[in-house]
Structure formats: C-alpha cells, structure tokens
Design a protein around this ligand. Structure first.
Ligand code: 5CA
Length: 437
C-alpha cells in the first residue's frame, strides 16, 4: 500500500474526548471514526487489524471443532418471548418495529436464534454433539458507552454455542473452548487469564471470564503470580484428547474477579497475590437446559426417550480485543502491534521522495516485498522525515525499513524494530532477507 493514496487520516492532536490510551491511539492512528455515541466506522487500517484478530479467533474455533455459520443481526421478538428473556433484557435491547408492526430487535446475543435453528434440524442423539459459531455485529444499548470500541453499543463478537446429549458431554465442550480461548489470546501475543465469574443475564452454573491485565481495565482482579509464568502454547494440550488434566491445572491456579474474590478466605499468600485492573475480552458459560427446555430443543436418546439438550455459550469481544491489544502494547510514540495482528509487517520509508536513486530503490523493494507476500506500507510522500517516522511509530508497524540518500551511497538501508527501537544498518539483500524470513 502506498501512503500517497492510502486513506489513513492520522491526527497530530490528541482528541480531547478520549480518556484512555487505546481510544486516543485508535483515533490518532486513523483506525476508527465515531458515527454516533458508541458506534464506530472502522477505517481501512482499523478494519485490517480487526480482520486479523477475527481470523485468529476463527482458526482456533475451527481447530477446536466448532463450525462457522452466519446468523442475521436482526431477530424476531417471538424467539425471545419463548425463552422468557424479551422483557428481562430491558433497555439494553434495541427494539425495532417493522412496517407490518412486527416486533423485531437488533441482536445483543444469539442463544435463542441458534437454539431455534438447531432444534429444527437436530432430532436424534446421533446428530450430537454440535458446536456452531459466528462472528457478527451485536448491539447493546449501554447506559454509558465509553472508551471507544472498548465499551461500544455496536460491537463485533465471536459467539458460539455447544449442544450435547448430557452434562458430561457439555463439560467436555466447555473445556475445549476454555483451551481454545487460552490459545487464541496467546497467539495474539497477550495473556488472558480465565477467572471464575458470575453468569449474569446469560445464566448457568459454570462460567469463566478471560481477563487481560491492564491499568485502564474496568474490573478489579486478583490472581496468583504463577499466572504470569504459565505458557499455554508451550503446554500444547491436544484439543481432542482428555482435557481434564489441562483444565484442572489451569483452574487450580488462583484467579478471581472482584465479585468472586473473598480476601478473608483467599488461598494465596499476600506476597504471591497480584492485584490488578483487567479487561474482559472473553466470557464462557455452561448453562445446561436454560434455553433448550423452554424452547423445546429435544432429541431422541439412545433408549428412544426424549432428552433435552445441554448447552453452553462462549463469547469473544473481537472489536474490544483490538483496543485491549493497544492497552497492553504501546509507548509514548504510539501503538506497538504484536506481529501476529499487525496491519502491515513492514513500513518502507523513503526519506527523500524527490531523489531518483531513493525512489527507484524503494519502488524496487516495494515490488519485491509484495512479490514475497509481505504486507508493506510504503511512505512515498513528499513529507519531512520527522513526520514520516512519527506516523509509522504511531501506527505501530513492527519493522521500519528506511531508505535515504546517504545510506544508499554506502549501499545500506536502516532496519528498525518498533518494539525495541533497535536499529541495524544492513545491505538491501540482508534487510530483505530479514523481513521476509
Ligand atoms: N452470549 C454470551 C456468550 S456468546 C455473551 O453474550 N457473553 S458476554 O455478554 O459476556 O459478551 C461476550 C464478550 O463480548 C465479552 O466478554 C466482551 O469481551 C464483549 N463485549 C460485551 N459487551 C461489549 C461492549 N459493549 N462493547 C464491546 N465489547 C463487548
């Protein structure tokens, strides 16, 4: 992508309405634009990151055996009356009336709709288990939307729903998702800690919130310092094997939200206890027959008798994760994207756009990087070097490859690692090899 043509409206000034760093940086980096309170347009740079995050979520869902579908954002009130949640959900639900005076709503979540779909087609125990997910926009009319996409009214969620014949099967589905969530966040380069949680309006008896530690988090959390050393990708448990031991290991290390934490009876000694703020990026629930019973999701069991299916639901705030990643990884100059979710891998900076040697070298590097499948943003504008460096630091591209007239005479370019600030003088070939590796 050439910066001269890219739609990247970066801001020099810090927007006054933004109270937390991720919101400020997303506005300054030209990632989002608020269109109404708590509702955002995702501009090209932001959209790219959002898709990268969604793709990691998708790959880990697929690996865990969940299947992707897509349900609509607009739902009929009828389904919610069947489950009994239509009145209970209150003002957070955006209710809509269509031209025929039918009651509709913009979905805040999809338990009812998926239960209705599954019960229509799944009639026998032989059709179970099933685990279905989608990545779709939700609407919750939050009283206080704030902190940008962190607590929006419209937001992107991955939500999935498991259907099992019995409680044992449902607990296995829950453990599979527990593992998938740990893997998902680890792959994004962040540590999300599962904490026993309240089930709230979703309901059920077993639930974990996945929390990223960050100063600006909305929740107060407590965890054993051992958590900071656990490495799920190194543990590498098999999603299809027996997950009991893994689940036992990862739930035995203490971690709790404020609502669940009891200081007087905390099993962790004070010097071993981390007290921090946290951001909830995911939430999983096992709730048995809370929806399947009232909505009649029943299959014929092995003995010919009807069985009400056991369900769980599992959510990741995909758009919130983008903000949480920035809270976890930034400095005074801007965002520092982990490689796995960076919108571009390489920032190619031409220090002197009107210099023929610089221009042709950069054009050539740009073509080679594109040909090698490396995502590159190329600053080919006629701007001051200082402004170019500031923009690239702000938007947080992992590698900055700078080409200037002085270096070129010596046959070198400069390669800077955004995260560490480390700079290397390399030949063109060495620099190319390093960023395409
Ligand atoms: N049906 C269940 C699981 S699929 C559910 O809706 N769970 S939830 O209410 O906990 O939401 C799942 C995740 O969505 C949360 O963990 C959070 O990361 C994200 N989320 C919830 N509300 C918002 C919001 N207003 N703005 C941004 N993300 C949100």
């Amino acid at each position: 992508m050439r910066m001269s043509t890219y739609f990247l409206p970066t801001l020099k000034e810090t927007p006054s309405e933004a109270q937390i760093v991720s919101h400020r940086l997303m506005l300054r980096a030209g990632m989002i634009r608020q269109t109404s309170a708590g509702i955002y347009a995702w501009l090209p740079l932001g959209w790219k990151v959002l898709q990268k995050v969604a793709q990691i979520v998708r790959e880990e869902q697929d690996r865990a055996g969940a299947q992707e579908l897509l349900m609509p954002t607009i739902q009929s009130a009828e389904l919610w009356k069947q489950s009994g949640r239509y009145d209970a959900y209150g003002k957070e639900m955006l209710r809509i009336t269509d031209r025929h005076d039918r009651e509709m709503l913009f979905g805040p979540t999809n338990e009812e709709m998926i239960t209705d779909i599954v019960k229509t087609f799944v009639k026998s125990y032989k059709d179970l288990p099933k685990n279905l997910y989608h990545i779709q926009w939700k609407f919750r009319d939050e009283v206080r939307p704030r902190f940008g996409v962190m607590r929006g009214r419209e937001f992107l969620m991955k939500d999935n729903y498991s259907f099992d014949l019995d409680a044992e099967g449902a607990r296995l589905s829950y453990r599979r998702m527990f593992l998938a969530y740990l893997r998902t966040f680890a792959r994004m380069g962040i540590k999300a800690i599962p904490m026993r949680a309240d089930t709230g309006p979703i309901g059920g008896d077993l639930s974990h919130e996945f929390i990223i530690l960050a100063e600006t988090g909305e929740s107060q959390v407590f965890c054993d310092k051992k958590w900071l050393e656990l490495d799920v990708l190194a543990d590498n448990p098999d999603a299809n094997g027996d997950l009991k031991d893994f689940f036992a290991k990862y739930t035995s290390v203490y971690a709790a939200t404020e609502e669940m934490h009891d200081a007087a009876n905390c099993p962790v000694p004070a010097e071993q206890l981390e007290t921090a703020r946290g951001i909830e990026v995911g939430h999983i629930f096992y709730f048995g027959t809370k929806y399947s019973a009232p909505m009649g999701a029943v299959v014929t069991g092995p003995d010919g008798q009807p069985v009400t299916v056991e369900m769980g639901s599992y959510g990741i705030g995909v758009s919130r994760v983008v903000a949480a990643l920035i809270e976890a990884s930034h400095d005074d100059a801007g965002i520092i994207w982990p490689d796995q979710v960076a919108p571009f891998k390489v920032a190619l900076i031409n220090l002197k756009a009107d210099d023929e040697a610089c221009r042709s070298t950069c054009d050539d590097l740009y073509a080679k990087l594109n040909a090698a499948g490396v995502e590159v943003i190329y600053d080919d504008r006629n701007e001051r070097p200082g402004a170019k460096f500031a923009d690239m630091d702000l938007i947080g591209i992992p590698w900055q490859l700078t080409v200037g007239p002085r270096g070129l005479k010596a046959g070198t370019v400069e390669l800077k690692r955004r995260a560490t600030g480390e700079k290397l003088e390399l030949s063109l070939e060495e620099a190319l090899a390093k960023v395409t590796a």
